[in-house]
Design a protein around this ligand. Sequence first.
Ligand SMILES: Cc1cc2nc3c(=O)[nH]c(=O)nc-3n(C[C@H](O)[C@H](O)[C@H](O)COP(=O)(O)OP(=O)(O)OC[C@H]3O[C@@H](n4cnc5c(N)ncnc54)[C@H](O)[C@@H]3O)c2cc1C
Length: 278
Amino acid sequence: MKAAKFDYERPADLDGALRLLGGGGDVYAKVLAGGQSLGPMLNLRLAQPGLLVDVTRIPELTRVEDDGEALVLGACVTHAMIEDGKVPDVTGGALPSVAGAIAYRGVRNRGTIGGSVAHADPAADWPTALSALGAEAVVRGPSGSRTVPVSEFIVGVFETVMGEDEILEAIRIPKLSADARWGYYKVCRKPGEFADAIGAVLVDAEHSVHRLVIGATNAAPVTIADAAEVLGGNGVPGASFDLDAARRLVDGADTNLDDMERHIHAVALKRAVEQVAK
Ligand SMILES: Cc1cc2nc3c(=O)[nH]c(=O)nc-3n(C[C@H](O)[C@H](O)[C@H](O)COP(=O)(O)OP(=O)(O)OC[C@H]3O[C@@H](n4cnc5c(N)ncnc54)[C@H](O)[C@@H]3O)c2cc1C
């Protein structure tokens, strides 16, 4: 099947893109970034916008900045740029290792971090990884900018807090301390595929962060922000965290999973925690 007919615009700046999104009257306009998710949706006619607003040439959306406390990545920074170390890594290796395990190189060359978060596919990597890293989404709309934690930005399956006249401008990723520990375990049938289950954990004692995320469920990623107690308090993080503890967390979370799926998610969470306990 081929995409339904649409118009195409490639604005040079963010204000121009916002005008196109907001000013179409009855034309349904949609942002186009890497096209790795939207392209198949257009071809299957699951999305039939009247106008595609290509945001990939907008300088604000490809910027890479250090604001002192965090790395700010424009929404159109690609997975490949992160994988290749073309942006600074403030996460002790977490960012490039997550990026490098997304799909295959062709997808990573075009797919963007912002596109992945805006698309909010529960099986995708960035929504879970960035929730665990405590990242924030910077959203620009007709009435200005707002910043929302990624863990609150995604509210359901393919559902975010963004309005149709807004653009995800950047992702702000806090710098981790030197002794922060990161664990990420993705269950998928073949390397690089979309996940069947993801467990993610960040322990950054210097910043009082003990965070777990259950990802790739049938809902938004579930963030357990204060997991210090379940991770064993001040001892070696996660040393006492077993499969029963993981299963209790998964059972208590709003995941819309069946019994077998909850078991797989508990295993993913336990294996992520094992990585920080080593
Ligand atoms: C074969 C294949 C395998 C894949 N495997 C994985 C995988 O293992 N893990 C994984 O995480 N992902 C995977 N993906 C998805 C890939 O990572 C995409 O890059 C990502 O989901 C979407 O990013 P994009 O830049 O291509 O966005 P697009 O496809 O251009 O857009 C996706 C959606 O987000 C909206 N959007 C995009 N950017 C913005 C913005 N800045 N502001 C507002 N809205 C925006 C669009 O309107 C659209 O609705 C795979 C894709 C393919 C084709």
